[in-house]
Design a protein around this ligand. Structure first.
Ligand SMILES: *Cc1c(COP(=O)(O)O)cnc(C)c1O
Length: 416
């Protein structure tokens, strides 16, 4: 499999890695919760991890394993675990690997629900520092002897700050700290996460990977770069033979089996179908985002545009070095003074007002009053989110139709 190009793997990896029965080209959707064994010794061996197999579908099913194998292959990892949602992948990973008394460093620009999840783990005695991850020195400044993990996203949502991924990855590597990276905004088509020393990848499958707004899912992938023998939180029973699997084994038992946010077989199948066209969709999305950003940049109805593909973006050069095939599908804008953002959004007719991103359709929403409402004004200010900020998630429509929709909406709001 290693010799095939990424695009080729997207459509052939399932069949090549998993060898579905009866010559099926896809792994079939198997809804059985329980699994039968001819010899009870085999049941015992699978329970004890001595043999591969499924015993109960909360822990594993052929549909989930098939998707895990493909996602892992695309990132060149050492293993993956899929979950019911992106938040399930994040929460299960944190709750499995961290414990009371640990310190972690996270981005001050986190996705809203991830940010509120951090407040939950703080209640259980994990100490969290929030820093500006566009500068590794901010991370270095708050690092302590009990710092176990640094967690951030590749491109922040909605103001598109680009994380100092190389700096943070190299720092974590030198200190044996887990570098957990949410790469939902830039799945492997756009970013080679191993090149920046990411230890763990957390990705919402609901966004670009599934891609069609019809299925939820999340995944944890271990890149194989972190040395688990230097991580004191691994329980003795999960220090299994293969060192590369220690972290995943603990997350699989504590985070999936014990917490139970399992990805359903039907959902795994739907994510797999979406995944086949990931590159094509994401390329078009990036091209559309770049074109819309350029259009907005010079428009008299716009005060500011945030997109890493624009030359005046503060981290444009870094983005160029990191993201070889496009700058992602998210941009945001502030309208000129006097234009009501709700009136503008209502005036758009093709673009949908909805909370979601990474869809085939172009979506827009007012960020401060919706997904970042709970954060409060002070935190929003720290994240660079103005009250009038509109977030756009580009889809795969013909760009002329998107631009025409913006044009007619601007005409409506500027003429009143
Ligand atoms: C959406 C999102 C998540 C959460 O994923 P769900 O599948 O909706 O639970 C996590 N991180 C980022 C960056 C996201 O955009």
């Amino acid at each position: 499999m290693k010799k095939l190009a990424f695009e080729t793997k997207l459509v052939h990896a399932d069949r090549k890695i998993n060898k579905p029965q009866h010559g099926a080209v896809h792994e079939s959707t198997n809804n059985s919760v329980l699994f039968e064994f001819e010899d009870v010794q085999d049941l015992v061996d699978v329970f004890q991890g001595k043999k591969m197999g499924h015993v109960y579908s909360r822990s594993s099913s052929s549909s989930a394993v098939s998707l895990q194998n493909v996602l892992n292959e695309l990132e060149n990892g050492v293993g993956a675990i899929v979950f019911a949602t992106g938040m399930a992948a994040i929460s299960a990973t944190f709750l499995s690997l961290l414990q009371s008394g640990d310190h972690i460093i996270v981005s001050q620009y986190l996705f809203g629900n991830t940010r509120s999840f951090m407040a939950n783990i703080e209640r259980f005695g994990i100490n969290v520092s929030y820093v500006d991850v566009t500068d590794v020195n901010e991370v270095i400044a708050v690092c302590k002897p009990n710092t176990k993990m640094v967690f951030c996203e590749t491109i922040a949502n909605p103001v598109t700050q680009v994380t100092d991924l190389q700096g943070i990855g190299d720092f974590c590597d030198s200190k044996n700290i887990i570098f957990a990276l949410d790469n939902t905004m830039t799945p492997s088509v756009l970013l080679d996460a191993k090149a920046v020393n990411a230890s763990l990848l957390l990705t919402s499958l609901t966004k670009y990977i599934g891609g069609h707004g019809n299925v939820l899912g999340g995944v944890l992938i271990d890149t194989g770069l972190f040395d688990w023998s230097r991580f004191s939180n691994i329980d003795d029973i999960y220090r299994v033979a293969d060192l590369s699997q220690w972290g995943l084994t603990q997350v699989k038992k504590r985070g999936l089996r014990d917490m139970g946010a399992t990805l359903a077989p039907q959902s795994a199948h739907m994510v797999s179908i979406g995944l086949e066209t990931l590159t094509m969709r994401l390329r078009k999305t990036c091209v559309n985002a770049q074109a819309l950003a350029k259009y907005l940049q010079t428009h008299k109805g716009v005060n500011a545009v945030y997109y890493p593909g624009l030359q005046d973006h503060p981290q444009h050069e870094r983005a160029q070095a990191l993201f070889k095939r496009g700058f992602g599908g998210i941009l945001s804008l502030e309208l000129s003074e006097g234009i009501d953002s709700h009136a503008f959004l209502n005036a758009l007719s093709l673009v949908i007002s909805a909370t979601h991103l990474g869809d085939t359709r172009t979506l827009a929403l007012p960020a401060a009053s919706t997904i970042f409402y709970e954060n409060g004004a002070a935190e929003r200010a720290k994240m660079g989110i103005a009250d009038s900020l509109i977030r756009i998630s580009l889809g795969i429509e013909e760009i002329d139709d998107i631009l025409a929709d913006f044009d007619q909406a601007f005409k409506q709001v500027l003429s009143v």
